[in-house]
Design a protein around this ligand. Structure first.
Ligand code: NAP
Length: 480
């Protein structure tokens, strides 16, 4: 399985070692053991990859939209056909349980199917100027070579969500995947080559030194766009670097999702939704419910039911049958969760289940429920990125909305209520790019995904996803 993935850089259609010959280990977070090694690219490799993308751009943008769509469609099918082996690869390097990994392959593949269909729907316009003296012709053209930077938590889907629209729009690209999960990205490059993607359109540079690879490409002048998914902290840094050459940017950054449950909610549905919003991806999702705000009348009952469900989950290596909570990605991730919980408990929060890391190999933290989380606690201000549900109670709708919006993030908010007027009122007042209304999962390739405030810029997926990879050109014509 691992041997089938080329552990080299993918540049101009060729698998190459890093120029300096360096390699870095890929670890299994369930055991801490090395799975394999891959090429450790540096500045020279990054610029070679950018050269390949730049040289491939003119021919690629001249291909027929249908041809680009057909490549995506074939790649979609290959992903679906190879779900089992790709899911295993993902579980090995990232840790999520196999069933969730298979779910991510399906989700990732859907971006290719969606953008295969969008490639042939890039439109333009023809209009008469208001004074009738001229005509406007409006064209949509690819922005040009893109730098794509992806995180480890959804190692396949965060790639296809960028690569899909870039291919559909006619852009070439260099992908830099996360250090912890290079194998999914390399497998994806292999699949796209098999699907007929011409050499140089997609280049992949794996590295353990992300700054050395990304910054030279952003400052080079030949890249025309940066599409980044990751933390707000790194996003800010890359926005500053992208400013020098005034690059187009799409930034999918961190979140701090509030999960609001009102007294009138269907509590069974709210607990189901909470399990999905909290435990998808072991809590390591930008969309993960980070703050449970529950109206006082149902707060104790909601916490009791949620704790019962969380305590029934099975923690273990993601490859084992029946496991629903895999390891966290690494020791830093686990230590951060440990600290946040300890601080909340020291501040007065009560542990209903879980609450302490597990000794032994692998970076495991059990499903945890805390109640009475004090206002202002760090666990409510920072992304937990782990399987911890932190619950606080509220009294009024105004108080709930104010607390929900009291964050620099604005990716997604969840609301559970059966009152239609309240649903719409609260959905309008919440400062978030996405709202889960009586629904614990919002991600869908056919919907515009993205955040407001410091959760990002731009949208991925949906009808607007391709716009991020297109420029608008207007041609002025005299009235015939
Ligand atoms: P991260 O530390 O920001 O890393 C994201 C990517 O940026 C990785 O490829 C990383 O490479 C790279 N990177 C790190 N430092 C860099 C630098 N100085 N220059 C250039 N690139 C650099 O985030 P993460 O821990 O991988 O992912 C978790 C974060 O992603 C969370 O905040 C989560 O909310 C966010 N996220 C957002 C979305 C969304 O759609 N809004 C989706 C998924 C995840 P290395 O791996 O080598 O460090």
């Amino acid at each position: 399985m691992l041997a089938a993935v080329p552990g080299e850089l993918f540049i101009a259609g060729r698998w190459l070692p890093a120029a300096a010959g360096a390699r870095f280990p890929v670890l299994d977070p369930a055991t801490g053991e090395t799975l394999c090694e891959v090429a450790d690219g540096g500045r020279e490799d990054a610029l070679d990859a950018l050269t390949a993308a730049h040289e491939a751009q003119p021919a690629w943008q001249a291909t027929a939209p249908r041809e680009r769509g057909e490549i995506l469609r074939r790649a979609y099918q290959l992903l679906v056909d190879r779900t089992d082996e790709l899911a295993l690869l993902m579980t090995l390097e990232m840790g999520k349980p196999l069933a969730e990994a298979a779910g991510e392959i399906a989700y990732a593949a859907e971006f290719f199917r969606w953008f295969a269909e969008e490639a042939v729907r890039i439109d333009g316009g023809y209009a008469t100027a208001p004074d009738g003296a001229s005509r406007f012709l409006v064209l949509r053209q690819p922005v040009g070579p893109c730098v794509l930077v992806t995180p480890w938590n959804f190692p396949m889907a965060m790639g296809t969500r960028k690569i899909g629209p870039a291919i559909a729009a006619g852009c070439t690209m260099v992908l830099k995947p996360a250090e912890q999960t290079p194998l999914c990205a390399l497998a994806l490059a292999d699949i796209l080559a098999e699907a007929g993607l011409p050499d140089g359109v997609l280049n992949v540079v794996t590295t353990s030194r992300p700054g050395e690879v990304v910054e030279p490409m952003l400052r080079d002048g030949r890249a025309r766009k940066l599409s980044f998914t990751g933390s707000t902290q790194v996003g800010r840094l890359l926005l500053a670097q992208a400013a020098e050459k005034v690059l187009r940017t799409s930034m999918e950054l961190g979140g701090n999702a509030p999960f609001l449950v009102f007294d009138d909610a269907d509590l069974d549905a709210a607990v189901d939704g909470a399990m999905a919003a909290k435990m998808r991806n072991i809590g390591e999702a930008c969309t993960a419910a980070n703050r449970f705000l529950v109206q006082r009348g149902v707060a104790d009952e909601f916490a009791r039911r949620l704790a019962e469900r969380m305590a029934a989950l099975t923690m273990g290596r993601g490859t084992e049958p029946g496991v629903t909570v895999g390891p966290l990605i690494d020791a830093d991730g686990r230590d951060k969760v440990t600290e946040l919980v300890a601080e909340a408990v020291a501040g007065g929060a009560r542990v209903l289940t879980g609450g302490a890391p597990v000794d032994g190999p692998g970076t495991f933290y059990p499903a945890t429920v805390l109640t009475g989380v004090p206002a202002g606690a760090r666990i409510g201000r920072e992304e937990i990125f782990g399987p911890v549900a932190a619950i606080s109670a509220f009294d009024t709708e105004d108080e709930a909305v104010a607390a929900a919006n009291d964050t620099e993030y604005g990716l997604v908010s969840y609301v559970y209520t059966r009152d239609l007027a309240r649903s719409l009122r609260v959905a309008e007042r919440l400062e978030a790019g996405m709202i889960g209304l009586n629904k614990g999962v919002v991600s869908n390739p056919a919907a515009p995904f993205g955040g407001v405030k410091q959760s990002g810029l731009g949208r991925e997926g949906g009808r607007v996803g391709i716009d991020e990879f297109l420029e608008t050109k207007y041609v002025a014509i005299p009235t015939p």
